[in-house]
Design a protein around this ligand. Structure first.
Ligand SMILES: Nc1ncnc2c1ncn2[C@@H]1O[C@H](COP(=O)(O)OP(=O)(O)OP(=O)(O)O)[C@@H](O)[C@H]1O
Ligand SMILES: [Mg+2]
Length: 353
């Protein structure tokens, strides 16, 4: 003990000269031998500050071992420290010296930089998708209106000539399709024009209903019954309704398209909704298509990536922008038994409206 007192007396002034919190522990029993005022100021409030093991227990979180010397967040003051351990011998005693450098400010700068960068990236993505959608909508609107006009004219002519009935049916079906396309474009235009999306409380069941109605023809043509199974207690989501419809529409369309080549009896598409462990509302669109390889998975979300002769490759890019805007996550995974699952999360409306 006397040796320890002598060592403390010798060490203390040295530690005081260090401009960071600094403490020395005895290597053999881990007891504190000396510390500077900065250490007492920053760590004195920690229950275990007076011994190496106590300090470790107070600072340790599940995945951080302070013995390894690294960044920790001190639980008592919320600040970040970089820890440096050094061994030294004094008066024949082995000591472990710890210096803790406060790096909170650098971490804050890094964090704000990162979130600014993410925001910028996100905005530019949203803007390019928005511009692209605006151009497309504009370019497609004219020919579509003309197609509807020609079809109406042809229907009148067939009617005056008194048939044939098959031609009339075909023309009617073509007009329904053209009107459907025009309705989708009108929505895109509305979405692009409405710079500020309107978020509110919405029921997913209603959103899914609208989407199914839009895809009814396509599903019928593929002899596909789409199952919707939403948890009974699914709370409303906080979202822009048209945007979420757009996302669901794209995902279900992709699912339908993925099963185009397969035998109708094997086709199966379901939309599931539940609250996940984080309390978000999670929607999953599950198909029985060929699924995706890892390489395909990496490119999925890049604009203009498509494997379809009639695809533009912007469906998923738009979905991602929209879901990110809603603070959600867009993901995909293989479906058990074959096929893929494309899903997204949305925050619940509770407390936000
Ligand atoms: N459910 C799915 N199963 C298998 N592959 C898929 C699925 N969804 C998307 N993909 C793949 O990802 C690609 C990109 O999808 P995305 O929706 O972005 O574009 P697209 O469907 O090709 O064209 P569009 O712009 O008309 O949506 C698709 O071409 C397809 O290869
Ligand atoms: Mg698509």
């Amino acid at each position: 003990m006397t040796a320890s007192l002598a060592t403390s007396a010798a060490l203390e002034p040295l530690l005081q000269a260090v401009p960071f919190p600094c403490v020395a522990f005895c290597s053999s029993d881990g007891a504190m031998v000396a510390a500077n005022d900065l250490y007492r100021r920053d760590f004195g409030a920690l229950a275990g500050h007076a011994s190496r093991s106590g300090l470790r227990d107070s600072l340790r979180t599940s995945d951080i071992d302070i013995d390894a010397g690294r960044e920790v967040r001190a639980p008592h003051n919320g600040r970040w420290y970089s820890l440096y351990w050094r061994s030294l011998a004094l008066d024949g005693r082995a000591l472990d010296m710890l210096t803790a450098v406060d790096i909170s400010e650098s971490i804050e700068v890094l964090d704000s930089h990162k979130s600014r960068q993410e925001k910028l990236l996100f905005t530019s993505r949203l803007m390019s998708v928005g511009e692209m959608a605006a151009t497309l909508a504009h370019e497609l609107n004219q020919p579509l209106a003309a197609i509807v006009n020609y079809l109406n004219g042809s229907l009148r002519l067939v009617d005056q000539a008194g048939g044939p009935a098959q031609v009339e049916r075909a023309l009617l079906a073509a007009r329904t399709q053209a009107e459907h396309a025009a309705a989708v474009i009108a929505r895109v235009r509305e979405f692009v024009r409405a710079r500020e999306p309107r978020r509110d409380a919405h029921d997913l069941a209603t959103i899914a209903g609208t989407v199914l109605e839009l895809l009814r023809l396509e599903a019928e043509r593929q002899q596909l019954a789409i199952n919707v199974s939403l948890a009974d207690t699914l709370p409303p989501v906080y979202a822009d309704k048209v945007m979420v419809e757009q996302v669901l529409l794209n995902l279900v369309k992709n699912g339908i398209e993925a099963m185009r080549e397969m035998d109708p009896t094997g086709r199966d598409l379901s939309i599931e909704g539940r609250v996940n462990l984080d309390g978000e509302i999670e929607v999953r669109v599950c198909d029985r298509g060929p699924g995706l390889t890892a390489a395909e998975g990496e490119q999925l979300f890049s604009p203009f990536y498509t494997t379809k002769s009639d695809g533009l490759g912007i469906g998923l890019a738009i979905c991602r922008s929209i879901i990110e805007y809603h603070e959600g996550r867009l993901f995909f995974e293989p479906r058990e038994g074959g096929g893929s699952v494309f899903g997204f999360t949305l925050p619940p409306a509770e407390g936000r409206t």
